[in-house]
Ligand binder design. Structure first.
Ligand SMILES: [Zn+2]
Length: 449
């Protein structure tokens, strides 16, 4: 149980209400405006339903929800249905991404080469079986390749100066059949070609030691032949979704209420990693976004509030990047805050923490700290962090912060991340803090303090 100054005050007020009219409690407030405002806060915070969040996490976390799979589609349908049931006209925004499957077989054999090589594939390497003469080509720059006959050959290229992708495309343009890359520094290496490309040819990556031995071998035996065999690599265009429910400012025709042009975005990713049902990561943030949408639907506000669940966060913040990329400059200017909820309900994780990409406070952290101070007697701490969907917002200049419990639970990205690891008390705590923070920023004038 958390220590809550605010809840003690609420209990005292409710207790006394039984024996006396509310006007008696004028001493609790400086004026009736404050009284109205506090009563509104009490009612709203009490209407946040941890059972509702728990139930939605349970429904969402029966299976992993990897982006681009049927299970993600099912989750998207579920989320849309919930938003719709609260009275929103829900938008499902579709985006495509490249889905790469790494090869299951990577083989390199070199005639006359006595050393053992252990090649690795590069991300986005294509499958293929090629046989050819090995030609060393320095760093694989255009100038270095200019006078070499590479048609049908396997090119040996050192890492450095330009990307693996550029090196590969330079070799492919000269008609090369395959590439052997090698590291320019000692130790193991994982390489990537950055993205899929139809011009790619089969390629492998060696360590610096292996590569240098091979260069020596080829210099002494210029007709060294290599066989390169890569099987199982696949690159397909896949589809993921963002789910968006928008609450427009309330009562815009009511002359008492002045709608601002501001927008606040509450977000969470709904996808999970393979093998993990993702109850905490991140059915918890998704269920909280749904609950906040339900709560805010009936609260008068002078600000537009967008509730969004993003797809493909686990593949590199793809959904949130897509969303921010398609915003107009006008919308970006109007979005004053992004509250991003990711892993907000594990009973085995640490305390609630805010993360900003620059470790600095912003409107989100200020509003949140004022709310948590009032509710829990302590402002939520701020740390640096750039591994969730708040990042694209922050990079676009929008005040943004991640809500997460630190340190993370031992079940992070594991099959054990199931409903039995969820704490209703933690869900309720975070939801109350976010609700109060946003209410304080968006309340209409006649409720203002
Ligand atoms: Zn996550």
């Amino acid at each position: 149980m958390k220590y809550s100054i605010y809840k003690i005050v609420i209990t005292a007020i409710i207790g006394l209400c039984v024996i006396a009219p509310i006007a008696t409690f004028a001493t609790y407030y400086t004026n009736s405006q404050d009284e109205k405002s506090t009563n509104l806060e009490i009612n709203i915070l009490q209407s946040i339903d941890d059972d509702n969040m728990y139930k939605n996490i349970k429904s969402l976390s029966k299976k992993p929800r990897v982006a681009g799979t049927e299970q993600e589609d099912e989750a998207v349908g579920y989320i849309k249905k919930q938003f719709d049931s609260y009275g929103y006209k829900t938008e499902v925004q579709t985006f495509t991404f490249n889905d790469y499957t790494a090869p299951h077989t990577i083989e390199l054999t070199l005639d006359g080469f006595i050393h053992i090589v252990d090649p690795s594939a590069l991300e986005y390497s294509v499958s293929g079986h090629v046989v050819g003469e090995v030609i060393p080509a320095g760093l694989g720059k255009v100038k270095e390749l200019q006078h070499l006959d590479l048609a049908g050959k396997i090119v040996l290229i050192k890492r450095g100066d330009i990307s693996f992708k550029e090196k590969m495309l330079n070799a492919a343009k000269k008609g090369a059949a395959g590439v052997i890359f090698y590291n320019n520094a000692p130790g193991d290496i994982m390489g990537s070609l950055g993205e899929a490309n139809d011009s790619f040819i089969p390629a492998v990556l060696l360590t610096q030691a292996e590569g240098e031995k091979l260069v020596k071998q080829v210099k002494n035996n210029p007709d060294t032949q290599a066989t390169l065999n890569i099987e199982g690599a696949k690159s397909i265009t896949n589809i993921s979704h963002n789910v968006i429910a928008t609450k427009k400012p309330s009562n815009q025709n009511n002359s008492k209420i002045k709608a601002k042009h501001d927008i606040i975005v509450i977000s969470a990713h709904h996808d999970s990693v393979a093998g993990a049902p993702g109850a905490n990561d991140n059915a918890s943030g998704t269920a909280m976004t749904l609950e906040l949408a339900r709560i805010f639907k009936t609260i008068p506000s002078d600000t537009e509030i967008r509730f969004i669940t993003f797809g493909a966060e686990e593949l590199g913040l793809l959904g949130s990047n897509h969303y921010v990329d398609q915003l107009s400059a006008n919308e970006i200017g109007r979005i004053k805050a992004n509250f991003n909820l990711d892993m907000v309900g594990s009973k085995d994780a640490g305390k609630l923490t805010l993360e900003t990409i620059d470790d600095k406070p912003n409107l989100v952290t200020e509003l949140t700290q004022a709310a948590s101070l009032k509710l829990n007697g302590k402002p939520t701490p701020v740390n640096q962090g750039d591994r969730s969907d708040h990042v694209p917002f922050a990079k676009a200049g929008i005040p943004a912060a991640l809500f997460i419990h630190n340190p993370a639970e031992p079940w992070y990205h594991k099959p054990e991340d199931k409903i039995d690891k969820i704490s209703k008390a933690k869900l309720q705590d975070v939801a109350e803090i976010v609700t109060l923070a946003i209410m304080n920023q968006t309340r209409v004038e006649h409720y203002a303090k």
